[in-house]
Design a protein around this ligand. Structure first.
Ligand SMILES: [Zn+2]
Length: 378
């Protein structure tokens, strides 16, 4: 089975990787795992189908650039000047993603797991935005004047014969199955409307749903599968936090398999990047070079977040840095091939125990090319 690890698409919000390195954990983790398996660099995936993005584009000053260009420019600004990812960039509104999503929707319509039906939904009378239930002001224009409007929508029927999320959807060893997530993910309505009012996204008008796009929570899955298909992978593993997964898994239920390529989630935790300065004295004590501290922050910690799953606490950082330094100092002159093969196997099945073994980590560090603090340091 050919894997490809891909980041859960990052929302194209107002930040840069320098100011918010925590936004890069999924990207760094995917890069680390692909390098361990000897796979080519994956594209960085971005979520641009957002209401916030619509509003930002509508309100932008000066001559308006087309939305795709507008988003691409904002994404480029996230990276250090003059640098862009070796594996490229893909967004959830790219033409190849839309093409794949429409194929998946058509297959699902034939299978009856998706339907197109008349639905009555609360809609803003002023701007036409679907406001959702709850009687709050329109998120797009602020108007409180809503009406029930009936029209055609794309609707997902959740499978009755299987849970929203089961073991086969998670890339992890049996011990690390996220029982809480499996439970909360199942607490959703039996029918989900997958068509949305957005200025930008995967246009559903080819299906007769004019002025509607695919819900980005489904579109994110199509993005990951499109990136995997491009590299002929048959297992696309999406790195994602448990919170983010909880938000998208139900909408993605019918978008996790296409044409022989499957999607699984690899859950990771948050990292306390705001507290790196607390390691200053340890850096000095170990005379750690910039390359070593980069390796710790951009390669080791993301891998550790795959083991930690929830949040890594700031007070764990000194212990983790010492572990990394001890492994660094214990590197053999030549990496042991059999031990590397074992680590590759672990990475391919979602086993994370090797990360906290000094000897195993030392051996991985000794293998050239595996520790790729990627060409783009983010
Ligand atoms: Zn409105």
């Amino acid at each position: 089975m050919r894997h490809l690890f891909l980041n859960g698409p990052v929302q194209n919000g107002p930040f840069t990787f320098t100011t918010r390195p925590g936004k890069a954990v999924g990207i760094r983790l995917a890069a680390a795992l692909n390098a361990i398996l000897g796979l080519p660099p994956a594209p960085h995936l971005w979520n641009t189908v957002t209401l916030a993005g619509d509003l930002r584009h509508r309100e932008a000053d000066g001559p308006k650039s087309p939305r795709q260009r507008f988003e691409a420019d904002l994404i480029a600004d996230k990276y250090p000047p003059g640098q862009s990812p070796a594996g490229g960039i893909m967004t959830d509104a790219d033409a190849e993603v839309a093409g794949l999503a429409l194929e998946m929707i058509e297959n699902n319509l034939r299978a009856g797991t998706l339907t197109i039906s008349r639905e009555t939904v609360p809609t803003c009378r002023a701007c036409g935005h679907m406001t959702g239930t709850g009687g709050h002001p329109c998120n797009a224009c602020g108007s409180t004047d809503t009406q029930e409007r009936t029209g055609l929508h794309l609707v997902a029927e959740l499978a009755k014969n299987r849970p929203v999320l089961d073991r086969s959807d998670i890339h992890a060893s049996h011990r690390q199955q996220p029982k809480h997530l499996q439970h909360t993910a199942g607490n959703v309505a039996q029918r989900l409307i997958l068509s949305r009012t957005r200025d930008h996204g995967i246009d559903l008008s080819p299906l007769g749903l004019n002025d509607l796009v695919l819900d980005p929570r489904a579109g994110i899955h199509a993005t990951v599968l499109a990136a995997a298909r491009k590299q002929q992978a048959d297992l696309a593993v999406m790195t994602i936090t448990e919170n983010a997964a909880n938000h998208i898994v139900a909408h993605g239920q019918h978008f996790r398999e296409h044409d022989g390529t499957r999607l699984q989630y690899a859950l990771h935790g948050h990292l306390p990047y705001d507290h790196m300065a607390s390691l200053g004295s340890l850096h000095e004590a170990y005379r750690a070079t910039q390359a070593i501290t980069d390796g710790f922050e951009q390669w080791f910690l993301p891998l550790f977040s795959l083991k930690a799953k929830t949040a890594t606490r700031p007070d764990q950082l000194p212990g983790l840095f010492k572990h990394y330094m001890r492994a660094h100092l214990a590197q053999p002159a030549e990496a042991n091939e059999a031990a590397l093969k074992a680590v590759q196997y672990s990475a391919s099945v979602g086993d994370t125990d090797w990360i906290t073994s000094k000897q195993t980590l030392a051996n991985v560090l000794a293998a050239r090319g595996i520790v790729s603090v990627s060409a783009v340091e983010i």
